[in-house]
Design a protein around this ligand. Sequence first.
Ligand code: ADP
Ligand code: VHF
Length: 382
Amino acid sequence: MEAVNASESRTDLSRARRLVVKVGSSSLTGADGHLDLAALRSLVEVLSQARAAGRQVVLVSSGAVAAGIGPIGLPGRPKDLATAQATASVGQGLLVARYTEAFGRHGLTVGQVLLTAGDLIRRQHYANAQRALERLLALGVVPIVNENDTVATDEVRFGDNDRLAALVSHLVRADGLVLLTDVDGLYDGPPTDPHARLVPEVRSLADLSEVEVTGRGSDIGTGGMVTKLDAASIATGSGVPVVLTCAPHAARALAGEPVGTWFAPTGHRVSARRLWLAHAAQVRGRLHIDAGAARAVTDGKRSLLAAGITSVDGDFEAGDAVELVGPTGVVARGLVAYSSGDLPEMLGKSSHELREHGDVPRAVVHRDDLAQVRPGRVRTPG
Ligand SMILES: Nc1ncnc2c1ncn2[C@@H]1O[C@H](COP(=O)(O)OP(=O)(O)O)[C@@H](O)[C@H]1O
Ligand SMILES: N[C@@H](CCC(=O)OP(=O)(O)O)C(=O)O
């Protein structure tokens, strides 16, 4: 466990030895929807300078779908998953070819790393990805990460790359995460509102309860500010500071200058699986639990047993993510061991009663599969 350094400030980013830099589709595409080569090259220039200064960089780059739109001849970003996957398949090769060429001009080699959400929450996959990334960095290669769009399913996909970048910064134990987008930081209202002001520093995401963010991003990006705040929450919650700014400010952000919005680290390093569960997993249902069960899973950090569940909502399979709702609201998220079809007849029954019915009394949510949900989420309109 690494302790949180309360005196941490954004200038510390200038000393970060290992950085994860995420660039969104909106920063890599021109008005015509095609890949903006000049934007890509200026980013590569900044990252190459960081490498020349002895820093390690992992680039998480979106843009596969955007890069595929032109060659396929689509009018805009595809709406359905299958076409988006096909477009990403065309665009990803082109995107990495551009990076290979641009980094090559600076004498640097790149490696393509395609990940899915599942790769970052399954222990064995996580360890494999970690080993591969460590080796790439040790070999002096710049890893270029994107979501493996062609195999990611609707159930477990990031869709945006913000949360992927946050989990990658956990994976490589980065000293900082830089999120580059098409706005120069987080605003306290819609950036189109002339009264909206830039929020320069966020010490606790709970302080943002009055900030209005939308999930609607730019025309080309996905997730808008909501997924960026999720990413900031994941990264800072595991001890990694975050700077959110626009791509033209990348060099200044890496130098620790006061650009964009700085999110101070707030937590200790926890498992990627718990981070995913708490912040990003798509919830398939809700288990309503009594006060005793709520205390057991929060204060007691114990598994949830059938005896404490009062009712079940939703349609889910064993292994899906569900919310645990106590008398005062959502207290935790977890991976449920039974389907929504199997649970109702078990509710309220003690392990002893279940055993009498011949069932093996497994916990409904094992404590290793539980993540507590802290209050104070950001307000999203609508
Ligand atoms: N409070 C806010 N502050 C800044 N930007 C916001 C806010 N709420 C919504 N946005 C939108 O988020 C968009 C960036 O998200 P997105 O389009 O997904 O970018 P990217 O492709 O870089 O991931 C901005 O263009 C902006 O319009
Ligand atoms: N994996 C997708 C990313 C989707 C996307 O638009 O993400 P982002 O621009 O980070 O909101 C791609 O490469 O197109």
